[in-house]
Design a protein around this ligand. Structure first.
Ligand SMILES: Cc1cc2nc3c(=O)[nH]c(=O)nc-3n(C[C@H](O)[C@H](O)[C@H](O)COP(=O)(O)OP(=O)(O)OC[C@H]3O[C@@H](n4cnc5c(N)ncnc54)[C@H](O)[C@@H]3O)c2cc1C
Length: 397
C-alpha cells in the first residue's frame, strides 16, 4: 500500500484529498491510501467567521471523507522528515510516499502587552465563537462606555466585514447604544482593496454608523480598552485583533526560500520547488498565475489549488500526466453588512457592482458555492473534486 498524506482539512486540504481520491477512483488504483490529517474533526468555512451565527460554518470532515474513502486522522502535525518521508503528530509518525501540505494561514499577533489575554479575533471557529459568547454576555455587565464599545483593529477585508456586522450584532446582544470603531495604522480603511473600492467601503461604514480611526498605533490592550502611542486611550470592553495574516508555522519546516508572507513557493502543478514528492496548496503556498501575479491567500485560490494538487499528486505517484492550474480572472466580493456588498474585478480591483444588488452573490458564495456536497453520495463528492476552474461568481446571483 502506498500513502498520500494531506495535512490540513480547510479549503485546500479537503479538496486536495478528495481530488486525489477521485483520480485514484478513475484510475482504479486500489493500492494507494489517502489520509487527511487535521488538528480537529472539522472543515471550517473560515470566510464566514465574521457572521454572528456560525453554527453551520463548520462541517464534520468525516461526513465528506468517509464516503470518498479518505482516511482521517485528528492531530496536530509538529514535524516533517522530508528524507525519511514521515509526518509527526503527537507521539506517532505516519509514513508518506507523497505529501500535500495545506495548513493554511494564521492571524499575526504582534508582541503587544495584553493581546493574548484581552483581544478577541475571528481567525478560527473557536475564536469567533468566543467573541459571540462574549458579546451575548455584555448586557449582564453594568452599563458603561467601555461595555458598549467594540474596537476592531485592522481595516483590511476581515476587519471591514466584521465592523459592518457589528452594529446589528451588538443590538441583537441587547446593547442598544453600541459604538463600533474600526481602527487602522494606515491612513485609509480598506486600503488593500485599492482606490476604487475605498470610497464605497467608506460610505457603507458611515451609513452603518461605524466610526473609523486611522493612523493610530496601539501599545497595550487591557480588559477595558487600549492604550495608544500618544498616551490616549480608547475605552472598549471588546477589542478584536484583525490585522494581517501569515502562512501557517508548518511552512517554516520546509527548506525553501519563503515569500514575504512566509509562504512556500510551488509551481503551477502545486509541487514544492526542489523537494521531491512534496506538494503544497492554499494559503501556505504561492503558485504562479501569470507573469505578474501569484495566488492570493483566499478561498478563491485555495479551492482550485487543492483540487489540482490532489489530481497531480496522484499523477506524480503513478507516473501519469499532471495539469497546470490556470486561472484567468480575479474578483473580490466583500460583505458590507446590511448596506450590501461590493464586487470588484481584475487585479486593480475595479468596482463593478455594489450595494444590495451584490448581497445575494456574497450570501450564495458563502453559504452554497464553497460548501462540499453534504449528501453523503460518493459519486457526487468525487465529481465535485475534479480539477476545473469555477467561473467567477455572477455579480447578481
Ligand atoms: C473572517 C474571514 C473572512 C474571509 N473572507 C474571505 C473571502 O471573502 N474570500 C476569500 O477568498 N477568502 C476569504 N478569507 C480567507 C480564506 O478563509 C482563506 O484564504 C482560506 O481559508 C485558506 O484555505 P486553506 O485551506 O489554505 O487554509 P485554512 O482554511 O486555514 O485551513 C487550514 C487547515 O489546516 C489545519 N491545520 C493547521 N495547522 C495544522 C497542523 N499543524 N496540523 C494539522 N492541521 C493543521 C487547520 O485546522 C485548518 O483546518 C477569509 C478569512 C477569514 C478569517
Amino acid at each position: 500500500m502506498k500513502n498520500i498524506i494531506v495535512i490540513g482539512g480547510g479549503f485546500a486540504g479537503l479538496w486536495s484529498a478528495l481530488g486525489a481520491a477521485r483520480r485514484l477512483d478513475a484510475e482504479q488504483a486500489n493500492d494507494v491510501r489517502v489520509t487527511l490529517i487535521n488538528r480537529d474533526p472539522w472543515h471550517v468555512i473560515r470566510v464566514r467567521l465574521y457572521e454572528a451565527d456560525i453554527t453551520d460554518a463548520r462541517v464534520p470532515l468525516s461526513e465528506i471523507l468517509e464516503p470518498a474513502g479518505v482516511e482521517m486522522v485528528v492531530g496536530d502535525v509538529t514535524a516533517i522528515d522530508f528524507h525519511a518521508r514521515k509526518v509527526t503528530l503527537g507521539d506517532k509518525s505516519l509514513p508518506y510516499d507523497r505529501l500535500v501540505i495545506a495548513t493554511g494561514s494564521r492571524l499575526n499577533r504582534p508582541n503587544l502587552p495584553g493581546i493574548e489575554q484581552h483581544a478577541f479575533s475571528i481567525d478560527t471557529w473557536n475564536d469567533a465563537n468566543a467573541l459571540e459568547n462574549h458579546l451575548q454576555n455584555l448586557k449582564d455587565r453594568p452599563a458603561s462606555p467601555s461595555r458598549d464599545t467594540v474596537l476592531i483593529i485592522g481595516g483590511g477585508l476581515t476587519g471591514v466585514e466584521l465592523a459592518c456586522e457589528m452594529p446589528d450584532r451588538l443590538r441583537n446582544a441587547g446593547i442598544t447604544d453600541g459604538r463600533v470603531i474600526l481602527a487602522d495604522r494606515h491612513d485609509h480603511i480598506g486600503s488593500n482593496m485599492g482606490p476604487h473600492a475605498v470610497p464605497v467601503i467608506g460610505n457603507a461604514l458611515s451609513d452603518l454608523g461605524v466610526e473609523c480611526r486611522t493612523c493610530i498605533s496601539i501599545t497595550a490592550i487591557d480588559p477595558n480598552g487600549v492604550l495608544l502611542d500618544d498616551g490616549s486611550r480608547i475605552e472598549a470592553a471588546t477589542v478584536v485583533w484583525s490585522a494581517g495574516v501569515s502562512a501557517s508555522p508548518i511552512a517554516a519546516l520546509v527548506p525553501v526560500v519563503h515569500d514575504a508572507l512566509g509562504r512556500i513557493p510551488v509551481d503551477c502543478n502545486m509541487r514544492v520547488t526542489g523537494l521531491d514528492g512534496v506538494f503544497a496548496a492554499g494559503d501556505i503556498a504561492a503558485a504562479p498565475l501569470d507573469a505578474d501575479h501569484s495566488t492570493v491567500m483566499s478561498c478563491q485560490h485555495a479551492r482550485p489549488m487543492g483540487r489540482y494538487s490532489g489530481y497531480n499528486v496522484v499523477g506524480d505517484l503513478l507516473g501519469l500526466d499532471m495539469l497546470d492550474m490556470e486561472i484567468d480572472y480575479y474578483v473580490t466580493c466583500l460583505d458590507l453588512g446590511p448596506w450590501g456588498a461590493l464586487y470588484t474585478e481584475g487585479w486593480d480591483r475595479r468596482v463593478s457592482a455594489s450595494g444590495q444588488s451584490v448581497k445575494n452573490t456574497k450570501m450564495t458564495t458563502n453559504r452554497v458555492r464553497i460548501y462540499p456536497p453534504r449528501s453523503g453520495d460518493r459519486r457526487e463528492i468525487l465529481d465535485a473534486a475534479s480539477p476545473f476552474i469555477q467561473m467567477a461568481p455572477s455579480r447578481q446571483a
